[in-house]
Design a protein around this ligand. Structure first.
Ligand code: 1GP
Length: 242
């Protein structure tokens, strides 16, 4: 059943914080999946995102199958490329990089993805994706050849997010970039949240509970954490309860 987006909306309705653990297929070996996922299962995480910027072809599907073998949590593809699409997952964020002006990442890759998507039962969730400046050059910036949005241009960020909502995006993702030195500032999260009616996801550079709480307090409906858990799995232990 295609119920991931409904589940996200329901959790917002009941005021539940939502946490997604991001696994990059390029950085997680199959034999490490089981012990890692066992810890994820014991944490407050609600979703497992799978994706990355530099993923070799054909590694995503075996990874998703291994995750599914050890967890009942929904697996949501967060693909860096068309080759990462697999029917083994529950849903996919159909990301449009609205912070940039590279047509490939606004519409081109999406058209390329259609033949693959037609062969799947994936729940496809249109998602506006805004890369926000964090002080270092991130993989998203390098691979897509698009600059991040300046963090002092809050009005432009808000207007871009609103344009995404009006274009029909069902989710909006504020991204500082994987391994960012600074997460998305709370002023930006709250300004965007104030204007949007669709769910707001925030990720990039969140390394501890304080930053996580800050993002939720500012208005994030879901927070995504990847690098901090790759570097310190004990962080998951801290996430056993909110
Ligand atoms: C990256 O937002 C995600 O796309 C998570 O970022 O790896 O820095 O947690 P981190």
């Amino acid at each position: 059943m295609k119920n991931v987006l409904n589940n996200i909306l329901h959790n917002i309705f009941i005021n539940k914080r939502q946490l997604a653990v991001l696994i990059d297929p390029d950085k997680m070996s199959l034999e490490n999946v089981k012990p890692f996922i066992k810890k994820v299962n014991r944490s407050v995480a609600n979703y497992i995102f799978v994706g990355g910027s530099n993923v070799a072809e054909d590694v995503t599907e075996p990874l998703v199958l291994e995750i599914k073998a050890h967890s009942k949590l929904p697996v949501i593809l967060f693909p860096g490329d068309v080759s990462q699409i697999t029917d083994a997952a529950n849903a996919m964020l159909f990301l449009s990089l609205m912070s940039g002006r590279n047509p490939d990442y606004l519409i081109g890759k999406h058209v390329e993805a259609i033949p693959r998507l037609k062969e799947t039962e994936l729940e496809v969730i249109p998602t506006g994706y805004l890369l926000i400046e964090n002080g270092i050059k991130t993989s998203v910036q390098k691979i897509t050849d698009t600059p991040p949005m300046a963090k002092d241009k809050v009005d432009t960020i808000v207007n871009t997010a609103l344009a995404g909502e009006l274009l029909g995006m069902r989710l909006m993702y504020l991204e500082a970039g994987s391994g960012a030195s600074q997460p998305v500032p709370h002023e930006i999260i709250s300004a965007v949240k104030h204007e949007l009616t669709i769910p707001l996801i925030v990720g990039g550079g969140i390394k501890n509970k304080i930053q996580l709480d800050d993002a939720f307090r500012a208005g994030a409906n879901m927070v995504v954490i990847g690098t901090a858990l790759e570097e310190n799995e004990d962080f998951l232990h801290e996430l056993k309860r909110w």
